[in-house]
Design a protein around this ligand. Structure first.
Ligand code: F6R
Length: 613
């Protein structure tokens, strides 16, 4: 949450900062601001609203300067407003700071500072930090770096910060603890970002700052990285493999639509080098490297949040079916606080698109203390979760920018399918015929997905009938139950229509009371082992005048006669059906939100990367 950008070099900083903020706007978008050093001035401009509002606000301002920091905010402390927007000045206005994260002991520090006469302008925890830095700097007569180190020593919480001091105009100081920060290294210039997206246009050389490190970027000097005790650290320079096309809309009206349509290609990337359909083989390097410990696992615990948690529910069914190991799927936010039983014989799989979700990271730390092997399934390369895990597999679907997760979900399911097959093969719990059939079918999924995507216009038409709805129920059974949960989540987060996913048979235990002629019910009713049961559930809904939109297997005539609307899916193996059934639900949510004129890529109150609890 919150986006951080910085620049120091010989170019004009402002255009680089604004462009960077636009690339990071998916992280938070309730207010934005910029601080620029210009000769002896440290100018801060900030406003409520989006980056475009900041640009209008800055039109008549002095935006020159070669050193600057900028921020797009997702509010935690204090409502979205110009006053609470970052950057925040210190009282003397010598310092300006931007911050992502939460300072947990901010109230205590603030009260101490107030008692010492410091005056505050905003309600934020961030201002507390910059005031603290200034207080220790003045009191102990410290240079900026030492003041930052002393102040951070007193802080409890998570942060990624960038700080300017107008008396040291050729310097940016950045620090991180539990919130990501990336430094880009150019020719006599440095870039800073919450992730690499604002940087890749300018350089492919980056340093992912480690937890607890402080980067000092000075004009004409090498990057210096130290820790809070001023011990010098060796920054590891990575070459990033990302191109601009991956983070631009490429002609699509929204990132979400682009990302939905990219799925066939993304899944090919995800399987490349791992699935060999001709040789009937799945190879995951992590399974080779950690074979013994993986095979020794007596239980698997999947920890994740939101959409990643839904993918985990599908993973449970895949792993239990093929590997015969019990799997628990836990919300990371609950797991971390409920003293769970985890042993060294457990395998903990942490799933996250962003690789930065605070709850999932905390769940990993907890599981690590019990000696369990931690396996990460993430998208963002170099992010915190892959670095915190023992081993893992990237999903390789490219940057996901639309706030509603789409291609990461199907990528996660593909990785879970590959992992379950690779493990099952090693354990001998899968017969050759099943193994070969699933491997072959996985390689056919991208083309089958394309067939589903061809129904986009039809789904767009269908979506119009939903705009009247205040509530929608999604039903599925077996592998389709998590798909129902995911369909409902997509709808509620971008259209703000209340939606719930249920296992279809649970309807009669309560939710069926909601069904009347105003209630659309989306049912995943593909031709599999549960078909007859789901058919009965549809009859029950129709008997109560519910409006049924059914996802059926191509050629199904029975359900097509009963349902009000049908969307056809190509036939595939039951265990891989989620990969196809999810697509129409993503498209449905997208088109409904567009019909309702909602901001699809940046839905209200949400942010892409949830780096706070
Ligand atoms: C839903 C969505 C969120 C995320 C959740 C976990 O569309 O995007 O529910 O899935 O915040 O995020 P990651 O996967 O980055 O850990």
């Amino acid at each position: 949450m919150c986006g951080i950008v910085g620049y120091i070099g010989s170019r004009d900083a402002y255009p680089i900062l604004i462009k960077g903020l636009k690339r990071l706007e998916y992280r938070g978008y309730d207010s934005a601001g910029v601080a620029l050093i210009n000769n002896d001035d440290l100018n801060v401009y900030k406003t409520k609203g989006k980056v475009a509002d900041l640009e209008s606000f800055c039109e008549a301002k002095n935006i020159s300067g070669h050193v600057g920091i900028a921020h797009t905010r997702w509010a935690t402390h204090g409502e979205p407003s110009s006053v609470n927007a970052h950057p925040h000045y210190s009282e003397s206005k010598n310092l300006a700071i931007i911050h992502n994260g939460i300072i947990e002991n901010y109230a205590e520090i603030k009260n101490n500072l107030i008692a010492k006469g410091v005056k505050f302008r905003s309600d934020t925890d961030t201002e507390v930090l910059v005031q603290l830095i200034e207080y220790v700097q003045v009191k102990k007569n410290l240079d900026t770096l030492t003041a930052v180190q002393v102040a951070l020593h007193q802080v409890i919480g998570a942060y990624a910060i960038a700080l300017l001091d107008k008396r040291e105009p050729n310097q940016i100081i950045a620090a991180r603890k539990q919130s990501p920060l990336v430094v880009g290294i150019g020719e006599n210039e440095f870039f800073l970002g919450s992730d690499a997206s604002p940087i890749i246009e300018f350089t492919d050389k980056v340093v992912y700052l480690e937890d607890g490190s402080i980067a000092v970027m000075r004009l004409g000097e090498e990057l210096k990285v130290v820790n809070i005790l001023n011990r010098e650290l060796n920054p590891l320079v990575h070459t990033i493999d990302m191109n601009l096309g991956q983070i631009e809309k490429c002609g699509y009206p929204h990132f979400m639509l682009k990302e939905i349509f990219e799925q066939p290609e993304c899944l090919k990337n995800c399987m490349r080098g791992r699935i060999n359909a001709d040789a009937d083989q799945v190879t995951l390097s992590a399974v080779i490297d950690y074979k013994e410990r993986l095979l020794a696992a007596k239980r698997i615990i999947i920890v994740a949040c939101g959409t990643s948690w839904h993918a985990g529910l599908i993973g449970k069914q895949l792993i239990e079916t093929f590997c015969r190991i019990p799997v628990d799927v836990e919300y990371a936010s609950e797991f971390r606080y409920r003293n769970p039983v985890v042993t060294k014989d457990d395998l903990v799989i942490a799933m996250s698109q962003s690789g930065e979700t605070a709850d999932t990271l905390a769940a990993i730390e907890l599981a690590k203390r019990s000696g369990a092997l931690i396996y990460g399934i993430c998208n963002a390369v170099g992010s915190s979760i892959p670095r915190a895990t023992d081993t893992g597999s990237y999903i390789h679907v490219g940057p996901e920018i639309g706030v509603a997760s789409t291609k990461a979900f199907t990528g996660q399911v593909i990785v879970l399918a590959m992992l379950s097959l690779a493990l099952a093969k090693e354990k001998g719990t899968i017969d050759d015929q099943t193994y070969n059939a699933v491997v072959k079918e996985l390689s056919l999924i991208p083309d089958k997905m394309k067939e589903v995507l061809e129904q986009n216009d039809k789904i767009a038409d269908l979506s119009r009938i939903f705009t009247y709805a205040h509530n929608v129920i999604y039903l599925g059974r077996g592998y389709s139950y998590p798909v129902a949960l995911e369909g409902a989540l997509k709808l509620k987060e971008i259209s703000y229509i209340h939606a719930e996913g249920y296992p279809a048979a649970e309807m009669k235990h309560g939710p069926i009371a909601l069904v009347d002629s105003d209630m659309p019910v989306v049912v995943i009713a593909t031709h599999n082992a549960m078909y007859e049961k789901v058919l009965s559930n549809i009859q029950e809904i129709k008997a109560r005048k519910g409006r049924v939109i059914a996802l059926v297997t191509k050629g199904d005539e029975t359900i097509s006669r009963i349902a009000d609307e049908v969307i056809e899916l190509p036939k595939t193996l039951e265990c891989l059906e989620p990969l196809l059934a999810t697509i129409p639900l993503q498209l449905l949510a997208y088109h409904i939100a567009v019909c309702k004129d909602k901001n699809v890529d940046q839905p209200r109150n949400l942010a892409k990367s949830v780096t706070v609890e």
